[in-house]
Write a protein that binds this ligand. Sequence first.
Ligand SMILES: Cc1cc2nc3c(=O)[nH]c(=O)nc-3n(C[C@H](O)[C@H](O)[C@H](O)COP(=O)(O)OP(=O)(O)OC[C@H]3O[C@@H](n4cnc5c(N)ncnc54)[C@H](O)[C@@H]3O)c2cc1C
Length: 379
Amino acid sequence: MNEEETLILDAVDQFLDRDVRPYVRQLEADDEYPQDIVDAMKELGLFGATISAEYGGLGLGAATYSKIVERVSAVWMSVSGIFNSHLIMCAAVERFGTEDMKRHYLPQFASGELRGAIALTEPDCGTDLQGVRTRAVRDGDDYVINGNKLWITNSVQGGVLACLAKTDPDAEPAHKGMSLLLVEKSMGYTARKLKKLGYRGVDTGEVQFDDVRVPAGNLIGEVEGRGLQQILSGLELGRINVASRGIGVARACLEESVAYAQTRKTFGKPIAQHQAIQIKLADMATRVEAARLLTDQAAAAYDTGERCDMEAGMAKLFATEAAVENSMEAMRIHGAYGYSPEYNIERYYRDAPLLAIGEGTNELQRIIIARQLIERNPV
Ligand SMILES: Cc1cc2nc3c(=O)[nH]c(=O)nc-3n(C[C@H](O)[C@H](O)[C@H](O)COP(=O)(O)OP(=O)(O)OC[C@H]3O[C@@H](n4cnc5c(N)ncnc54)[C@H](O)[C@@H]3O)c2cc1C
């Protein structure tokens, strides 16, 4: 890491201690959008973390970015959602957008003035995105979009989204008829906030498009039919993000358990002296370290520009399962206090399962890993 990256990580630590940690419990309890935290994130440049400097971003590589996401998620995972989804949208624009689109949008995205979402999932399809029904029909200089998206993070508080829509419903194979369009809220979609088990504070919504007119120039890329491919390539970074969130949550569970186990006494000694608890702590710590190594490896591959769907898939799978397992173990170690909102453990326990679902379920990650194993090792 160079000096600039070290300074950025120090600034993130200060931001977390000053602007996030003291307020998490109340914001979580109220399920309130953390506007003051978002304003501090703008100042810090987090909304432009992975956008190139020439478009106003910090131009960080995945390796440094993943360390930011781990730190943020160890304090409040919801905050990471506010800039992660936004940056996946930004990556699609920067990789595939026209120069005009990049010059117009990326500086606004990098400053956080215009924050966004990725709108893929629909009521009838999530894993199998070829089943998308939202339609974008070319009409003169516009596309007209009709359809419905579900579970879209940042759709209520954000001002723009990258929407995956069918531009040619008869295309064979189906993915060749899918395109990605950048749609601003001012163009007419509506979004309604949904209730969730965890991941509170950050808004996840249902989005409705009724004859929403979008300029044809907002198609990402020069030609139709590349949308699924574009979004899937962006998901490599997305999966490294989610793996980093998993490390953050798994690490927070570990650190709070190590501290608690040394103060809580049973049968005349701290529970940390009981072997049954020591075994849990050892397994939790091992999962955190292993998850970080896998994620570092995936981030390094991403930064060299190599295809890394297998590496990102392994990191996502392992790190998010580590978060789920560590949150359960932390709850056992904390006994009844783990079940109470006075401690953070119940929040980790509610947040962790999302990581196994979002950005491609862990079942899907196993399929991606297996396919790559076979493709890379032909006989
Ligand atoms: C809090 C939250 C935030 C979200 N944010 C966003 C967002 O910002 N943007 C967005 O587009 N989406 C978002 N999602 C949606 C998320 O990406 C999907 O829920 C996820 O992709 C899974 O899709 P699904 O829920 O439709 O499950 P389904 O696709 O219906 O899958 C159901 C089950 O079947 C399994 N399955 C499916 N196919 C196979 C197969 N071939 N082999 C084996 N098992 C299989 C799945 O793994 C899963 O266990 C969010 C979801 C949540 C809960």
